[in-house]
Design a protein around this ligand. Structure first.
Ligand code: SIN
Length: 524
């Protein structure tokens, strides 16, 4: 394999949903050279793109103290108070200045062109701004347009981060061992050419999103396999709270629908959950009924499915809505219609699916991690904001707030380029005889990971199930690592190597924590 030509940049952003895009935009506006990589072919493709519900701001009858209390209560009391303070303080000013004034996001307006605020579970007020039911897509498209207008931003689609570059680990210089460990960029795979280059950066920002796709059923796009957690772990950064995987209560139950999300704002507009024989049940589980926090609703559905020996429950909007359903939820209406369900007339079959990781790479109020030179923002990070369970529609907001703060912090503290010579850092190692990858092996390994996580480390966990998961996943890890060392570089293989690591991280964390809290529920 030929030598790579290393690239250099002030800031390398890995991932380009709302968190990565806001960090990139902020750093670029402050004069830094920013390189953004994304494994997707279209840079818009990200978890953000699929977010339907909206983004928390402050409603007309609202109060920051009420928002603070809702976040802490939903997080089951273990949210980081400093992170909650930052979010509560900065939410409205940043939504107004960046999303509304700068990016001109066309949030839905009601009577007299006043902003329309939606309701979701766990919120004591209507305070969620939305663009009908395609909020994430609209925000993401505006961010990508803004990044494309910045002359000092390079957007590299179809590029996948393989590993973080760290010294002393990747250094040829023995003296490097006497200095503090530091991230200096990443090894990055060009998906098409299948070659790995070194991108050196003074500061690297992980914004890779979550890991829903290591579960059999997920509301996330299939590429969301937790690459950022695996890379940060490999580089020695601290990772916390990985047991708190949030399951969204309602995704479409249909063989071909790939767990399409049915937004919680649907329940915010009055929809009620019912068993297949038409019995409402959330009143038996919470005084907030269908608008209880997600963990409560998810477990109630799980229980009802077991009790009624059913693969799904029903979400009935048609009987309760006081709004024009097609106008308010055009995307959900159209998608369900494609699968033969008319949501204006009949209930929607729904099941829970893995949705969001509340834990991740430990990050402070500016997104700095425990590893010098590395920031983490958005879902891949754990600021502690979400505690054991995330309050609905705070994820886009956390991405915006921490992305913007990280961009500002990096610019304010910037001291010049990468403090290492490219020649000191190892190029990517390719095996002498590269084996072609066999997709059947990769598919089978993924099936094992996904079914193991769903059945043994999912909504309800027991010691026995988790121990079985650990044994099966550890065995698989050996096989995958051997396979990885010998095979030709390929984006699918990189994903598998990251995915198995993340599955193990979650299983270890779940096994080590016997206390049920929020999204982590043990029954032994
Ligand atoms: C939804 O619309 O239900 C998802 C919003 C979120 O996850 O915060």
């Amino acid at each position: 394999m030929t030598k790579d030509t290393p690239l250099k940049t002030d800031v390398l952003v890995i991932g380009c949903g709302i968190a990565g895009a806001s960090a990139a935009l902020e750093a670029a506006k402050r004069g830094l050279h920013v390189t953004v990589i994304t494994q997707a072919t279209a840079p818009e493709e990200s978890n953000t793109f699929y977010a339907q519900g909206g983004i928390v701001s402050l409603g007309p009858d609202d109060d920051p103290e009420l928002l603070r209390a809702d976040i802490i209560k939903t997080g089951d009391g273990i949210s980081n108070p400093e992170a909650v303070d930052i979010l509560v303080r900065e939410s409205k000013p940043l939504v107004d200045s960046i999303l509304i004034d700068e990016l001109k996001v066309p949030f839905t307006r009601g009577d007299g062109s006043k902003l329309d605020f939606a309701q979701e579970g766990g919120h004591s007020r209507r305070r969620i701004l939305h663009v009908r039911d395609t909020t994430g897509r609209t925000i993401e498209e505006r961010f990508i347009e803004a990044l494309r207008r910045q002359p000092n931003v390079v957007l590299m689609a179809d590029h996948t981060a393989v590993d973080l570059l760290t010294v002393p680990h990747h250094s040829r210089d023995p003296i490097a061992y006497y200095h503090e460990p530091r991230c200096i960029g990443a090894y990055v795979l060009d998906n098409g050419a299948r070659t790995v280059k070194r991108i050196f950066a003074a500061q690297t920002i992980l914004a890779t999103g979550g890991c829903g796709s290591i579960y059999l059923h997920t509301s996330n796009p299939r590429g969301t396999i937790g690459a950022g957690y695996a890379m940060a772990y490999g580089a020695g950064a601290r990772i916390v709270n990985m047991e708190y995987i949030q399951f969204h209560p309602t995704t479409l139950f249909h063989r071909d629908a790939d767990s399409f999300l049915i937004s919680e704002t649907v329940r915010g507009e009055g929809a009620r959950l019912k068993t297949r024989d038409g019995r409402t049940f959330m009143q038996d589980y919470s005084e907030r009924k269908d608008l209880a926090p997600r963990d409560v609703v998810t477990r109630a559905i799980y229980e009802e499915m077991i009790n009624t020996n059913s693969d799904y429950v029903l979400l009935d909007l048609a009987s309760y809505a006081k709004i024009d359903i097609r106008k308010r939820f055009p995307n959900i209406y159209r998608t369900c219609r494609r699968f033969g369900i008319d949501i204006t007339r009949e209930p929607i079959p729904v099941v829970p699916a893995a949705h969001y990781s509340c834990g991740g790479v430990l990050a402070d109020g500016w997104g700095r991690t425990s590893l010098a030179g590395l920031y983490a923002v958005g879902e891949v990070s754990c600021t502690g904001l979400h505690g054991a369970n995330r309050l609905a529609s705070t994820s886009l907001l956390e991405g915006l707030v921490w992305g913007t703060r990280a961009g500002r912090d990096i610019a304010a503290r910037f001291e010049g380029g990468v403090p290492f010579k490219a020649s000191d850092i190892h190029e990517w190692y390719y095996p002498a005889r590269e084996e072609a990858i066999d997709p059947a092996l990769i598919n089978q390994d993924w099936l094992t990971i996904r079914t193991t996580m769903w059945n043994y480390a999912g909504i309800v966990r027991t010691t026995k199930r988790l121990e079985r998961a650990l044994a099966d996943l550890e065995y698989l890890l050996h096989r995958i690592e051997k396979f990885y060392r010998e095979a030709a570089m390929d984006v699918k293989l990189v994903g598998l190597k990251h995915g198995i690591r993340v599955a193990l991280m979650i299983t270890h964390a779940a096994l080590a924590n016997p206390v049920s809290l929020g999204a982590h529920f043990r029954v032994d």
